[in-house]
Write a protein that binds this ligand. Structure first.
Ligand code: PAF
Length: 292
């Protein structure tokens, strides 16, 4: 048997909470540490980078695949969100993932949308949260459930979802959850486009137009030495003449608070952007160094 075939055989797909707990308890009794990579599936190289990192960090890697209805608004793309479980499991088996946790909505929310929620607070209402009300409460609620179910030693997230990472880290701190959060840099196409499960919705024109997000971040990074206003002006100018692209927000935040930086701020900051390319919502971010 080839190494790849052996690895694939070792991958278990578990769809119940009790099944996952039993599998992990057994491994923990043998002294194994556990890393969790929470995903909504439709895996791409960005997710696989998280899995590779998780393999470095723990003995057992669990990847959850669950399209969480709680984090989608009524007019959002829950129904059209890509679901590619077989291909996802094959990719994860190739990387030696031990357990794929792929529960149904009924398994995760047996009484329907749970009234008990984790509240993301005021930062949860900014940027992504302003355009997607309730999104971060729903995201934190499912992440807290996944942490409770899998009890990982470490959970791995992607920097591409910077606001999500900020809120997850803060939840872990505020609720004294016993795990580490590890963050992996955004994986990009050669031309700079950040990988996203939603990129598959872009046609050729949309794919070309979507580059404006990383270009605007580049423009902000290049002009950050001239101050916040100049960086924002250059970034917004990059969006100037792109048909079919609607800028939602471009903001420069303090990575410690996730609040917009003051006009005279200097030092490390994070530029965040979101835009609709046709009907596809894309986000991206980049570290910048401001000089006032
Ligand atoms: O980033 C995602 O894919 C989701 O927000 C997460 C963390 C899996 C929670 O549903």
């Amino acid at each position: 048997m080839t190494e790849a075939a052996k690895r694939a055989e070792a991958t278990r797909v578990v769809s119940t909470i009790s099944g996952l707990r039993a599998a992990l308890d057994e491994r923990r009794r043998g002294g194994a540490s556990v890393a969790l990579v929470p995903t909504m599936g439709a895996l791409h190289e960005g997710h696989l980078a998280l899995v590779r990192r998780a393999r470095e960090l723990a003995d057992v890697v669990v990847v959850s695949i669950f399209v969480n209805p709680l984090q989608f608004g009524p007019s959002e793309d829950l129904d059209r969100y890509p679901r590619t479980l077989d291909a996802d499991v094959a990719a994860l088996a190739g990387l030696g993932v031990e357990v794929v946790f792929a529960p149904s909505v009924a398994e995760m929310y047996p009484a329907g949308a749970s009234p008990t929620r984790v509240v993301a607070g005021s930062v949860g209402g900014l940027y992504e949260g302003a355009s997607r009300p309730g999104h971060f409460d729903g995201m934190l609620t499912v992440v807290a459930k996944l942490f409770s179910i899998a009890q990982p030693d470490v959970a791995v997230f992607g920097q591409k979802d910077a606001q999500q990472v900020f809120l997850v880290r803060r939840m872990v701190r505020d609720l004294d959850l016993r795990l580490e959060v590890d963050v992996v840099p955004t994986v990009r196409e050669a031309d700079g486009l950040a990988l996203s499960s939603r990129n598959r919705f872009l046609d050729d024109t949309g794919r070309r137009a979507a580059l404006v997000l990383s270009e605007a971040l580049g423009a902000a990074a290049d002009s950050a030495g001239e101050g916040v206003d100049e960086a924002l002006a250059e970034a917004v100018a990059a969006f100037g003449d792109h048909d079919g692209v609607e800028l939602d927000y471009f903001v420069i935040v303090d990575p410690e608070t996730f609040l917009p930086v003051a006009a005279d701020a200097s030092g490390p900051a994070l530029a965040l952007v979101a835009a609709n390319v046709g009907s596809t919502r894309l986000i991206d971010n980049r570290a910048v160094i401001l000089a006032s």
